[in-house]
Ligand binder design. Structure first.
Ligand code: BTN
Length: 329
């Protein structure tokens, strides 16, 4: 591990301490390098955008105002060590799902995670794009290799949705809700979308691997959301927050998702998914193949299908496929 990486780990681990200055001497001693090497690593991190404060006779610490995404910051924020996850962080990629798919094809193990600060070609459901500007969002994908029938891949999406809601609540204290099947809302605005993509063996019909991709609008983008998104999209916070929020949010989502993933078939997350549903008991508009139909959402079954009732009284079980739903105002 480079001095720069070690240094960031030490600074992140010390972030929440009451007196969180670390002297150059202490740091040099812990990493067994010279003080000049510490100084060089501080400069290199600053050039990457990590806000490190320095003070005479005290040393170095991370600025509380900083919200730099990093592996060290995410790992320091895990409540318990999560050795099953291999976290990778990049400032920008085309799409974390696309990158993780390439890693899956190369044989990377499950638990491989890619977190990015922005995406140039973020993808959403139904072939849509996902707006992923820099410095204000959190975009991540997790590779899993479950023993699961392809038709149950939706359980990964719904487990991820509950993980995001719980993480948002733990970090912000605000109640999050879910619009079937993959959208997370805060105060009536979509703040997170989830895209699960999978490859499955044609003969076995079971998943070879799946990628759960999660995109969260943490802050409003500079200049606001594009016009087409203004009525729908929102952000978790109205303005930048201190204390490494994006790292903490990433750690909270990943830890909860992993917990639910490990016992996916037990569907431990399902009661929470139903409890947080924005659609149950409400009138919705079903959008499918360019058509729109009104219905009432009645229930979510064990496989996260949505049971709806049409105006003529007939009932239908919707699976995610090409369908999306809109809430009737
Ligand atoms: C949707 O709202 O339709 C789903 C959006 C999913 C976006 C996330 S961001 C991380 C991952 N990488 C992508 O390209 N998409 C998902």
């Amino acid at each position: 591990m480079s001095v720069k990486e070690q240094l960031l780990i030490l600074l992140e681990e010390n972030r929440t301490q009451a007196n969180n200055w670390l002297s150059g001497e202490q740091l040099a001693g812990q990493m067994q390098v010279s003080r000049a090497a510490v100084w060089k690593a501080v400069q290199a991190l600053r050039e990457e955008g990590v806000e490190i404060l320095s003070a005479a006779h005290q040393g170095y610490r991370l600025s509380q105002a900083g919200d730099h995404l990093s592996k060290a910051g995410i790992c320091a924020a895990f409540e318990k060590e999560l050795n099953a996850l291999q976290i990778n962080v990049l400032p920008t990629v085309d799409s974390t799902n696309t990158c993780v798919r390439a890693l899956a094809v190369q044989g990377c193990p499950e638990g491989t995670v890619l977190v990015a600060g922005s995406q140039t070609a973020g993808r959403g459901r139904l072939g849509r794009s996902f707006y992923s500007p820099g410095d204000t969002g959190l975009y991540m994908s997790v590779l899993v290799r479950p023993t699961l029938e392809a038709s149950r891949a939706v359980l990964l999406t719904t487990a991820a949705a509950v993980a995001v809601c719980e993480a948002l609540e733990a970090v912000t204290g605000r109640q999050a809700q879910i619009k079937w099947v993959n959208d997370v809302f805060l105060d009536g605005k979509k703040v997170c979308g989830i895209l699960t993509e999978a490859a499955f063996g044609t003969e076995s019909g079971t998943l070879e691997y799946a990628i759960a991709g999660i995109g969260i609008n943490v802050y409003p983008p500079q200049g606001g959301f594009p016009e087409a998104l203004q009525d729908i999209a929102g952000s978790v916070y109205p303005a930048a927050q201190p204390g490494g929020v994006r790292n903490r949010l990433a750690a909270a989502v990943l830890a909860r998702f992993w917990h639910y993933y490990r016992s996916l078939e037990k569907r431990e997350f399902l009661p929470e998914y139903r409890r947080r549903s924005l659609v149950l008991g409400r009138e919705i508009v079903i959008q499918q193949h360019g058509t729109e139909r009104r219905a009432t959402a009645l229930a979510i079954d064990e496989d996260c299908h949505l049971l709806v009732q049409h105006p003529d009284g007939s009932e239908e079980l919707l699976s995610t496929g090409e369908i999306s739903v809109r809430l009737k105002p």
